[in-house]
Ligand binder design. Structure first.
Ligand SMILES: Nc1ncnc2c1ncn2[C@@H]1O[C@H](COP(=O)(O)OP(=O)(O)OP(=O)(O)O)[C@@H](O)[C@H]1O
Length: 921
């Protein structure tokens, strides 16, 4: 027990460092919305700069080459050096904002994550160049005595460090609550415009946020360094706990992040102590301390996250477009011929570089699948590749080639898919943190754990197939062509597979989930399964790459699969073009150790400067092209498609379809939907208060009320997007416990006020993504079929002529009509239409009313939310009026229109002038 307490107190040193990083990350996020993965780089820079000044008197500046260090005539006193180091980290932070993140402020979130990754690599390289890669142990500025607490002798600096950490947190919290600058800093991330109107410069405020973050991290990194050591190679191990603390503080609480840092440091120290005990199993001795933050991160985020984002939490920024045109087989054939020629015509190191680039294609392809197509950020792909490689090393020679490859890929895929499980509830920057934490854990617990893996078991036996030797090396030949051919065959198969998949129905589902998870679930797509499938395919590709890397080296080691390598995969894939196979090929050509790398290195010998210069170049590229190469590639592929005559056609007026049965008899038939005491609360807001109604077959039921009355919340609750209490029976079956997808598949469909179309898919593909059973029949533009649910939905909604357009080529009104078509694609028995007429011309509204009637006439029940009373009168059999969450009237449109309570609820409007809800938006 005493030992446990002692180790917990000793852990306060590393805990204060984590707290410093966590607080820095929170401050940056609160002021700029960036989850700064490079925060540890800023903190380390300050600590190194302070130590250099204190030990040699050199002021080192954050660049390389001439005048990158100034001699200041002898070592500086410790506290003065610390102040200078802190200022230098603050300036570097502000510069990072002004030069990199300000230009990217309206870029996709992914671009900003990639930029922080690029900044981290650049800072790591810069520190290595300026201060060397060895470990330093600076002089301590804190008291070096020992304090006795309840019989325990604890170094005094631990208490001072913990106290300082809490003091810094208190100062930051008070400053942000009590000072004008603090308040402006808090406001700037949420609403730049209001801050600017109040006379503040959002740009300077954001730079100040970055500077404060850099200063806080550098202060605590410098003070903790004497007991921990300073080394540029230990970055990732510090980064993840820092991010974990920020997440525990929900990226918004400085105080919680600080306390979480201290607790995490203490617990980690205790875990390390426990794992060193003789009773602890050998296989679990190494890496548990490093794996622990992963557990914290995952638990916190899984508890915080939601399986679908909430209304209002939808991220509107778009990833680069993904090509959807037909595969160009001639282009593919020329690429394969070119690669073959390169293999045959080269030898030695050049051929090895060609092979390295080819293997790298598998890594960038894995990022294309999971990030480019499904929008899930993963920094763990190198770890997954490593798992496969280590598995192969372990099972060979008992399991011969190629069976060992299959086993490796299966194990890698299982682990990679498991790493993807948090993605079911966690998104964007937070997912980057989880996958990074997973990479650190796998690196520490598996790759560097000699009790668990086969490192040091020697060379992999030559891969042999049907008697032929496919090994990379024999005698003087460093890169044999049979191995190149083996790699090429696997890579070509993978490329073709991904290209075909991304253009098919799976690719459609991927892009739908990437575009809008809520709308995808409402269109019957299993979002969780789609994401996991993407992680599985992506992990299989990375695993193949991992095994081939192992065979290309002839043995397995941890280095090619390190945490920073995984980070590099994302960086290269994004810049090369993260949404297409072509992008993966471009990225791989420039891969470290690959072909372009070799050629460039031959032309300009950058030597040890290479990592820094390439990091800087990547940052310049990402700032200049925030969508990476994918934007450019998409333009080229659109032009090629236009040349082949498959470009967009002119938008014609939405014509009435063949399925129009206007004028059919209105029959109120069997009950379809029974809603009983439906109640929705958002925290303290009672949005829907015990609403009950019944909808019958053939009926159009109007749901009206002023803005904020609770109408959309009713739709959200009925379709499974808002938590609710009360009964919901569809076809006499209780569905209130079911998810959105199940409800859609049971026949309950909805449209969205925000249109929520999948912007990366054409109108036709939007509809096809939502058809429960997809029709494989070849379609013709002129001959719709009533047996095809997609065709029928396009016709019933009047959007048949729009089917070859991309959503953003359409007006908002047309997009709403397409949204209606998508809701009809599942042939629902109940349709909840949330303001489908907003943005339509008067004539189009009349046509829409007729269409809704004819859909109902064929037996569906429709709930129509609408502000325009004329449309409601024309379309609905019955109307429910809501006010402040409650039903205040119900009856025929005529009766409701003249109900005094209803008129009173609408600001005293007279029945003649009333356009309920204040008019269409
Ligand atoms: N996610 C949320 N969190 C907190 N409050 C919410 C949330 N969504 C809606 N509300 C609140 O619930 C109430 C009902 O909102 P709702 O959007 O359902 O009304 P509405 O009748 O559809 O309005 P509108 O006609 O403007 O679409 C409003 O007070 C709104 O501010």
């Amino acid at each position: 027990m005493t030992e446990l307490a002692l180790f917990a107190l000793l852990g306060l040193a590393v805990g204060s460092l984590y707290a410093g990083l966590g607080m820095g990350i929170v401050v940056t996020f609160r002021t700029t919305g960036v989850v700064n993965i490079a925060q540890v780089g800023l903190g380390m820079w300050g600590a190194f700069a302070a130590d250099e000044l204190a030990s040699t008197g050199r002021l080192v500046l954050p660049w390389v080459g001439p005048a990158s260090a100034v001699g200041l005539g002898g070592p500086w006193p410790g506290w003065a050096a610390l102040a200078a180091g802190v200022v230098s980290a603050a300036v570097l932070g502000a510069a990072a904002h002004l030069l990199i993140f300000r230009p990217l402020r309206s870029a996709p979130q992914l671009a900003r994550i990639v930029a922080t990754v690029g900044l981290l690599l650049t800072l790591q390289a810069l520190i290595g160049l300026q201060f060397g890669t060895g470990t330093r142990r600076p002089e301590s500025l804190l008291p070096d005595g020992v304090w006795s607490v309840q019989g325990l002798d604890v170094p005094a600096d631990r208490f001072v460090l913990a106290g300082l950490t809490l003091a810094i947190a208190a100062v930051l919290v008070i400053a942000q609550r009590r000072t004008l600058v603090g308040l402006a800093l808090r406001a700037t991330a949420e609403d730049e415009t209001s801050v600017a109107l109040a006379g503040w410069s959002p740009n300077l405020l954001a730079a100040l946020g970055w500077a404060i973050a850099g200063a806080v991290s550098a202060t605590l990194a410098s003070l903790a360094a004497p007991s921990l050591g300073l080394s540029p190679t230990t970055f990732p191990a510090l980064l993840v706990p820092g991010l974990a603390c920020a997440l525990v503080g929900r990226l918004s609480s400085i105080g919680v992040a600080a306390v979480a840092g201290l607790v995490l440091g203490s617990v980690q120290s205790v875990v390390v102590y426990l794992t060193s005990q003789p009773s602890w199993p050998d296989w679990a001795r190494t890496g548990l301390g490093d794996a622990f933050p992963l557990v914290v991160v995952v638990l916190v985020l899984m508890l915080m996250g939601r399986s679908l984002p909430e209304r209002g939490a939808i991220v509107t920024d778009r990833l680069p477009p993904a090509p959807r045109g037909p595969l160009s087989w001639p282009l593919a054939a020329s690429a394969v011929t070119g690669a073959l020629a390169l293999l045959v015509l080269t030898s030695g190191t050049v051929r090895f570089a060609v092979i390295t680039s080819m293997i790298f294609v598998l890594f960038t392809l894995s990022v294309v699948v999971v990030t480019g197509l499904v929008g899930q950020v993963s920094l763990a792909q190198a770890a997954v590749a490593g798992v496969a490689a280590f598995t192969v090393a372990r099972v060979t020679p008992d399991v011969p080639f190629p069976l060992n490859l299959v086993v490796g890929v299966i194990v890698g895929t299982v682990i990679g898919t498991a790493i993807g499980v948090p993605a079911l509830r966690i998104r964007h920057g937070q997912l980057a943190v989880v996958t990074l934490a997973a990479a650190v854990a796998v690196d520490a617990f598996v790759f560097r754990n000699s009790a668990l893996n086969a490192v040091g078991q020697g060379a992999l036996p030559a891969p042999r197939l049907w008697g032929a030797d496919f090994s990379v090396r024999r005698g003087d030949d460093l890169a044999r062509w049979p191995f190149g051919l083996l790699v090429l065959t696997i890579v070509v198969a993978a490329c073709v597979g991904v290209a075909v998949m991304s253009r098919g129905s799976l690719g459609r589902r991927f892009l739908a989930v990437r575009g809008d998870e809520r709308a995808a679930a409402a269109a019957g797509i299993d979002v969780a399964r789609t994401k996991l499938l993407a992680f599985a395919i992506s992990s299989a590709l990375a695993s193949l790459g991992g095994v081939l890397v192992a065979y290309s080296y002839g043995q397995v080691s941890a280095e090619p699969f390190g945490v920073m390598v995984g980070v590099t995969f994302l960086l290269f894939a994004y810049i090369g073009g993260v949404t297409s196979v072509t992008g993966a090929l471009v990225a791989a050509a420039f891969a470290p150790g690959g072909l372009a790398f070799l050629l460039l290195d031959g032309v300009v010998d950058l030597g040890e400067w290479f990592p820094f210069v390439s990091g800087l170049a990547l940052l310049v590229v990402i700032v200049a092209y925030p969508q990476g190469n994918a934007g450019a590639l998409a333009k080229v592929s659109a032009r090629l498609a236009a040349l082949r005559g498959i470009g967009p056609v002119e938008v014609g007026p939405a014509s009435a379809g063949t399925g129009d049965v206007h004028g059919a008899e209105r029959v109120a038939g069997e009950p379809l939907l029974d809603v009983d005491g439906l109640t929705v609360r958002y925290g303290g807001v009672l949005a829907v208060d015990s609403v009950s109604f019944r909808l019958r077959s053939g009926e159009v039921l109007g749901l009206i009320g002023a803005n904020g009355a609770g109408k959309s919340s009713v739709v959200d609750a009925l379709t499974g997007f808002a938590r609710s209490t009360g009964g919901i029976r569809l076809h006499d079956r209780e569905i209130s416990g079911h998810g959105p997808r199940d409800r859609y598949r049971s026949g309950l469909a909805r449209t969205w006020q925000s249109t929520a179309l999948f912007l990366d898919l054409s109108v036709r593909e939007n509809i096809d993504a939502a058809t429960v059973t997809s029709s494989r029949r070849a379609r013709t533009e002129s001959a719709p079929s009533s047996s095809d649910p997609g065709d029928q939905a396009l016709i019933d909604s009047g959007s048949w002529p729009l089917q070859h357009h991309m959503p953003d080529e359409l007006s908002t009104g047309q997009q709403r009509i397409v949204g209606l078509a998508r809701a009809l694609a599942g042939r629902p028995s109940v349709l909840l239409a949330d303001e489908p007429a907003a943005g339509l011309e008067p004539a189009e509204r009349i046509a829409l009313a007729d269409r809704l009637r004819s859909i109902a006439a064929r037996g569906a029940g429709i709930v129509l939310i609408e502000h325009d009373l004329e449309l409601v009168m024309r379309t609905c059999d019955r109307v429910i009026v809501m006010d402040r969450g409650q039903v205040i009237a119900e009856g025929s449109p005529e009766a409701v229109r003249s109900d005094p309570a209803v008129i009173a609820a609408y600001l005293g409007a007279t029945p003649e002038t009333a356009v309920l809800g204040g008019g269409a938006p």
